[in-house]
Design a protein around this ligand. Structure first.
Ligand code: CA
Ligand code: CA
Ligand code: CA
Length: 185
């Protein structure tokens, strides 16, 4: 059975996903298609245990979790990304702020040079060039679509898997890691 022990370790089995999909379908009108409309998104997510904090967090869901970029969220997109949606919803303030900070050139992706700059910036969490290179190479496993950069959802997964070098110790806070706060180039 899935382990719901901690926020950082939220996993859902394939079987559970199928159950969740049919739950959503049965909850909706029989003639509805598999697209979750904007106005029913809050309800639908709430129904499967995802409590979206605010409009800001919801906007990120509508844009970042639309995997096939067709402008809509399907039941599959929601259920297949349930763990990531859960992590996003639990930590949306922190994650969105952190992503925005890290995405220096504001293109919506975290690119390796952006991350390298953060990691090697002066501060008490400073990495050497070599350490940063090793770390980034390891993090590339989260580059699921192999395009050499991280989307928001890939970034959320990195965070969920607790392999997030930019995370402050202990519980996430709105405070950014020291390494980033002290960028004084
Ligand atoms: Ca879609
Ligand atoms: Ca960027
Ligand atoms: Ca990627």
């Amino acid at each position: 059975m899935a382990d719901y022990g901690t926020d950082d370790e939220i996993k859902l089995q394939e079987e559970s996903k199928e159950i969740m999909k049919s739950m959503i379908k049965s909850y909706r009108a029989p003639n509805d298609d598999d697209i979750i409309q904007k106005e029913e998104l809050w309800d639908c997510l709430d129904f499967i245990g995802i409590n979206v904090k605010d409009e800001n967090a919801m906007r990120a869901i509508r844009t970042q979790f639309d995997t096939d970029k067709d402008g809509q969220l399907s039941i599959d997109e929601i259920v297949n990304q349930w763990e990531l949606l859960q992590t996003h919803s639990l930590h949306s303030d922190y994650l969105l702020k952190c992503f925005k900070k890290l995405d220096k050139n504001k293109d919506g992706f975290l690119r390796l040079p952006e991350l390298r700059t953060i990691l090697t910036a002066k501060g008490k969490n400073q990495f050497s060039g070599t350490e940063a290179a090793v770390l980034l190479e390891d993090l590339m496993k989260y580059d699921k679509d192999n395009n050499g950069k991280f989307t928001y959802t890939e970034f959320v997964e990195m965070y969920a898997e607790n392999e997030f070098p930019f995370k402050p110790k202990g519980l996430p806070t709105k405070k950014l890691p020291d390494a980033k706060q002290k960028m004084d180039d």
